[in-house]
Design a protein around this ligand. Structure first.
Ligand code: AMP
Length: 116
């Protein structure tokens, strides 16, 4: 069984986070260490550790993550200029929290896709 992370506690509102959207499938909250003027994480409410663990039964929640990201981008006023959606996987991907999540980053030109 996968080990819960701090994100499960945020989803259950057991610890404080700046939650900007929640429904029966996903939760979105501001990243605690923002890398851009807008930096929001969108996570499934169920624990899926990494992209490697995704199966067909997760498609509704993971599809919802994209729909919600697009809605938040519009609401935050960054949709027209554009933004970046990132999902890191495991060590080489730079994943730190093992509860799958989509980063929504925007509010300034983000530069090249990879730093190095
Ligand atoms: P990743 O490297 O893709 O696993 O990204 C994990 C992200 O979670 C990082 O950008 C962290 O700043 C963010 N993070 C970690 N703990 C919290 C928290 N308690 N509230 C909001 N964001 C967090």
């Amino acid at each position: 069984m996968a080990k819960e992370t701090i994100f499960s506690k945020i989803i259950r509102r057991e610890i404080l986070a700046d939650i900007i959207f929640q429904d029966e499938l996903v939760t979105a909250f501001r990243d605690i260490s923002p890398q851009a003027p807008t930096h929001i994480l969108i996570v499934p409410n169920i624990l899926i550790p990494t992209a490697n663990d995704v199966v067909a039964a997760h498609e509704a929640a993971l599809g919802r993550i994209i729909t919600v990201a697009a809605k938040i981008a519009k609401d935050q006023g960054i949709a027209e200029d554009g933004y970046r959606l990132i999902m890191n996987c495991n060590k080489h991907g730079g994943q730190e929290v093992y509860h799958i999540h989509l980063h929504l980053l925007g509010g300034r030109p983000l530069g090249p896709m990879l730093a190095s």
